[in-house]
Design a protein around this ligand. Structure first.
Ligand SMILES: Cc1cc2nc3c(=O)[nH]c(=O)nc-3n(C[C@H](O)[C@H](O)[C@H](O)COP(=O)(O)OP(=O)(O)OC[C@H]3O[C@@H](n4cnc5c(N)ncnc54)[C@H](O)[C@@H]3O)c2cc1C
Ligand code: SF4
Length: 523
């Protein structure tokens, strides 16, 4: 192995956490090394092919994990510069203020965070600016208070979605525009970088108009000469000093060789599952259960949300191109009849026949997959799952990832589904087919629900949780390992609970917060 090269800071992983942190640290002049196991997503027409992306999984990792029973899992996750933000739907939500508190759910308690919403709020505003979020404050009844408006106006609804929004409003609900990180300028379409296409959610953006961590954070960070990125650099292990109090060497597999790097500060941001696996793989005499794992929480409390895609079919087609503009949080904390939280209703990107083939729901009688896709409204329902210590990441004897997970807190999700079914039955009459169609619409309406299987780890979080007590958490409130003085974690691992909105903005805001702590420390 060649001589160990030393940096001020090493950041492992360039996704929502690591990429955002790199952006915050880059202007400091500190020598920063970014280690990323993936390369750059190639820019090619397949970026926007649903067949290549969804059916063939062209950009997914080919890594095979196992579930608790030893069955193969083909994880729907992506190893590239920018991490999973290259593929995300860019719905950039703040957690609700109450999500930082202890909340009673049907399935148990969602624990309090060691920081408050107010601690994170300034960083949420900064993250919304950095990721160019489009939205409108106060439409969403559960919106937490914000110190700044969204930097851009909301993305408009297409007619079918506007009609649905009007229907929901007529029923007394408060539908709102999803806060979105796409660089769409609807007032000046000719100059708009985003073209409002149908292949956004789940796809890389061919024209670099999605607010992802590569385009907005990593590439700008690399304009600073003090920042170095090594791609296809897989971090296999962290080695500590003999006392175990600090990480001394970062071991990297790159181009068939093993290399070592060192830094004053090491930040792990490899995604909640890979970061936990890395700490577990780094066990040594001083850390026999895994690095920074005296509490035995590393790898535990895996959360991924209780998620479903629900297709509401109707006789009338749904010609929407960019569907992910509308959401409902009216049942986030419960309802008049049910005192427990249910969750969040929004949309996935418009499904098509190829996408449906990939995870095919049962074909509705008299329909083809293509036809179903043309006539469906494709909802995405998210409910909170609770941090169960038995839901965990471990390693098998060969060091491969094993993910054990039993869903919990499902009653609220079932009730949320029922709520949506009832709402859909109360839509206004269809103008094309009149009353007859309206009857037919509902008579033939099918709600094809599919829970996202375990391999769908898009919202992974919670596996290296932060807290005040070193007995029950691996990280302190600043995301520094309790037991290792120079080790931080800034991906979604730190979550103490998952809330029921998409996680990325919280990961980004927290990375900015931790970035400020690091800059103070390195002064
Ligand atoms: C299809 C899809 C749609 C989504 N839509 C949304 C959405 O609309 N809104 C939202 O908020 N969230 C969404 N998400 C989730 C969001 O992308 C994640 O919450 C977010 O990216 C998590 O950030 P992270 O930093 O924890 O991990 P990641 O972004 O996954 O970054 C981890 C990085 O670490 C690298 N890495 C892993 N292991 C190693 C190693 N050993 N050595 C070196 N590098 C390593 C990976 O290659 C990756 O670049 C979506 C995810 C997917 C897959
Ligand atoms: S052009 Fe716009 S809608 Fe299409 S993938 Fe890019 S950001 Fe998404």
């Amino acid at each position: 192995m060649a001589a160990v090269q030393h940096f001020d800071i090493i950041v492992i992983g360039t996704g929502a956490g690591g990429g955002t942190l790199a952006h915050r640290l880059a202007p400091s002049g500190k020598r920063i090394l970014l280690l990323e196991r993936g390369g750059y997503v190639p820019r090619e027409k397949d970026n926007w092919s649903t067949k290549a992306v969804n059916l063939e999984g062209k950009y997914n990792t080919k890594e095979v994990w196992r579930d608790a029973e030893g069955r193969e899992l083909h994880p729907h996750t992506n190893y590239w510069v920018g991490g999973n933000t290259k593929f995300y739907g860019a719905a950039l939500f703040r957690l609700r203020r109450e999500d930082f508190w202890e909340i009673k759910h049907w399935g148990g308690l969602s624990p309090a965070w060691p920081i408050s919403y107010e601690d994170l709020e300034p960083y949420y505003s900064q993250a919304e600016h950095l990721y160019q979020v489009h939205g409108r404050r106060e439409e969403d009844p559960t919106d937490p208070p914000a110190s700044a408006p969204y930097p851009h106006p909301p993305i408009s609804h297409e007619p079918r979605i506007q009609q649905l929004s009007d229907d929901f409003a007529r029923l007394g609900l408060k539908p709102f525009h999803v806060p979105l990180g796409v660089m769409l300028d609807e007032r000046n379409p000719r100059a708009s970088r985003c073209i409002r296409c149908a292949t956004c959610d789940g796809h890389p953006c061919l024209v670099y108009a999605k607010a992802d961590a590569q385009v907005l954070c990593v590439d700008p960070a690399l304009e600073h000469s003090n920042v170095t990125l090594l791609t296809r650099a897989y971090v296999s292990r962290l080695e500590t000093s003999p006392s175990g109090r600090d990480v001394q060497r970062v071991i990297v597999e790159r181009e068939g060789a093993t290399e070592a790097y060192s830094a004053d500060i090491i930040v792990v941001s490899a995604g909640a599952i890979n970061s936990a696996a890395l700490l577990l793989r780094s066990a040594n005499d001083k850390h026999p259960q895994g690095l920074a794992n005296g509490s035995d929480v590393v790898g535990r409390h895996y959360m991924g949300h209780v998620n479903s895609v629900l297709m509401a079919l109707s006789k009338c087609p749904n010609p929407t191109v960019f569907q992910k503009t509308l959401a409902l949080n009216d049942f986030y904390f419960g309802s008049k009849e049910w005192e427990f939280p249910m969750g969040h209703i929004s949309f996935v990107g418009k499904l098509d026949g190829d996408t449906l083939k990939a995870g095919a729901p049962a074909i509705a009688p008299g329909w083809t997959l293509e036809l179903m896709a043309r006539h469906s409204l494709d909802f995405w329902l998210t409910s909170e799952d609770l941090p169960d210590p038995s839901n965990r990441v471990t390693l098998d004897r060969a060091g491969n990832i094993v993910l054990s997970y039993q869903p919990n807190n499902e009653e609220g999700h079932g009730r949320l589904t029922e709520k949506l079914k009832n709402l859909m039955k109360q839509q206004t009459k269809c103008r094309v087919h009149g009353h007859e169609c309206h009857e037919g619409l509902f008579a033939r309406s099918l709600y094809l629900g599919q829970r996202i299987p375990l391999a769908g780890v898009a919202h992974q979080n919670g596996t290296i949780c932060f807290g005040r007590d070193p007995k029950t958490s691996a990280l302190d409130a600043n995301c520094k390992a309790h037991e290792v003085d120079n080790l931080y974690v800034v991906d979604a691992s730190f979550f103490a609970s998952s809330g029921a909105v998409n996680p990325a903005l919280t990961v980004m805001a927290n990375a900015l917060r931790v970035g400020d702590r690091l800059l103070e420390r390195l002064k």
